[in-house]
Design a protein around this ligand. Structure first.
Ligand code: S3P
Length: 179
């Protein structure tokens, strides 16, 4: 296993769960949005504001390619995608072609909204609650193409991490190894 990819809507906990998984497994953690920002030299909201969503998606695709190439040639990677990344067909195809487990972190949209509202991270696509919910409904079938679907509603990060480790038989895996 060269990587484990976390997908799901805004507020699903991809970054928190990814960091905790990385600690448990001793694998490297990468957040796709962070890589986009580092490559572009500006924040996600700045890219949306100055160049628009299409430009953000182009940058996101390039960053995903770069990270998967690193996982191919380097130590195994936990990769948290941004909420829209797996929705783009070319990204989903890239990840599927990589033959790595994909995990969909899900929660009721009301809880996702609450988490995002409490989070200091600025999200250009979190505008009003109704639109947020509609976007969630639209995207959900795409997220469900992930190999594993984990409910995170009212659960701690530790509980979610345990379920992922159990489901993928990764409990006790040493860094870079799987059981
Ligand atoms: C987006 C989600 C964000 C970020 C960008 C677009 C989306 O990531 O990539 O604001 O399209 O849902 P998070 O899911 O980490 O908030």
């Amino acid at each position: 296993m060269r990587a484990l990819v976390l997908v799901g809507f805004m507020g699903a906990g991809k970054t928190s769960v990814g960091r905790a998984l990385s600690t448990q497994l001793g694998w490297r953690f990468e957040d796709l949005d962070d890589r986009v920002q580092a490559r572009e030299g500006r924040t996600v909201p700045e890219i949306f504001r100055d160049a628009g969503e299409a430009e953000f998606r182009r940058a996101e695709h390039a960053a995903l390619r770069e990270l998967l190439a690193e996982a191919e040639n380097g130590p195994p990677l936990i990769l948290a995608l941004g909420g829209g990344a797996f929705i783009q067909a070319e990204n989903a195809a890239l990840v599927k072609g990589f033959e790595t487990p994909t995990v969909f972190l899900d929660a009721p949209p009301e809880e996702l909204w609450r988490r995002c509202t409490a989070d200091p991270v600025a999200r250009p696509l979190r505008r009003d609650q109704r639109e947020f919910r509609d976007l969630y409904d639209l995207r959900k079938p795409r997220y469900q193409q992930a190999q594993l679907c984990i409910q995170t509603g009212s659960r701690t990060v530790g509980e979610v991490v345990n379920e992922i480790l159990e489901s993928l038989s990764l409990r006790g895996a040493a860094p870079g190894k799987e059981r």
